[in-house]
Design a protein around this ligand. Sequence first.
Ligand SMILES: *Cc1c(COP(=O)(O)O)cnc(C)c1O
Length: 387
Amino acid sequence: MRVSKCLLETKPYLFVELSRKRAALEERGIDVVSLSVGDPDRPTPEFIVDAMVDALHDPAFHHYPSYAGSMEFRQAAAGYLASRFGVDVDPEREVLALIGSKEGLVHLGNAFVDEGDAVLAPSIGYPSYSAAATLRNADVWKMPTTARNGYLADFTQVPAEVLQRAKIMFLGYPNNPTGACAPESYLDEAIAFCRENDILLAHDNAYCDICYDGYRAPALLQRPGAREVGIEFFSLSKGYNMTGWRIAFAAGNAQAVQALATVKSNVDTGVFGAIQRAGAVALSSDQSTVRAQCACYQRRRDIVVPALNEMGLACTPPKATIYVWARIPEGWTSAAFADYLLQEVHVAVTPGSGYGVDGEGFIRISLTVPDDRLSEAIVRMRGVLHR
Ligand SMILES: *Cc1c(COP(=O)(O)O)cnc(C)c1O
């Protein structure tokens, strides 16, 4: 059999490889502390689970769900955007339920990208942005994203020839993996740039509610003109510890939302209704569980950041996200350093280079492990990284 051209260009998803190596060690009975995957360690808040349990008994949910999402879920999403960001969207035309943001981000490629087109993605970024292009036989142009520019992808560098072919620009702040946050002025510049060049601006806002030190991350949709060029992705995965449930939503430009809905209606048949019910309950809640979760991550951040700096792994405390982005010692590649930590002290971290060439020289550490395991990882790392 012969797989597609685009599949030959597509590497297995970053974490597939990493978890294989980790699993190999664990199979030998080795206790690995995993700081590599951005999957919240705490369970989904009980009131959300309870809503799901109740919904499971409702036969109305035992049938095919609606393609675009239940009106209840889409209204809850719209209500969340209104109360959190002061953004008014039409739940009918401007909101679409997703089986997780990742699904929506990649399927956006099917809606907007043809062979030979280009997709603009940060040179350090979530792998799905590139997948939206490669799975369509399109090119990815990596916008320079470095410590020097505060990890704000520099779209002013896109060559004219690429701009002509560019269909989507992906951005995501607060950012995975760097933890960088974008000022509103940057979002405004991105909106102006995309309008000028007739590009769809896709903003991946998975971490808008995981903020520290009083910071409140903005939504793209809050900015003037955003709805003319933009679609924004919000996920319930991180804020409500719901990664396993697979639920998210896209909101924004009606044409973009409808285009994505058309792709999806040909691919999947919506999100299980009971999950949407639970999602609606989460989005309509008073968000106190999210605040408690943030306090927990902030405490872990404040354990990890000083410890890493003492070991010579320079990092700044992120204002948002569940990640610490740390510089590795001179003379190592990210992959070799991550492998060294895994093999020597059984601590799994993610090599920065996995997010693109500009991530070389960094590792990403996830705050999604209990405090005692985090401290255990620090003790182990200190054992080999003392200065
Ligand atoms: C975790 C994460 C998401 C959320 O993905 P889901 O598919 O909704 O679980 C989206 N984007 C980024 C950058 C993430 O880190």
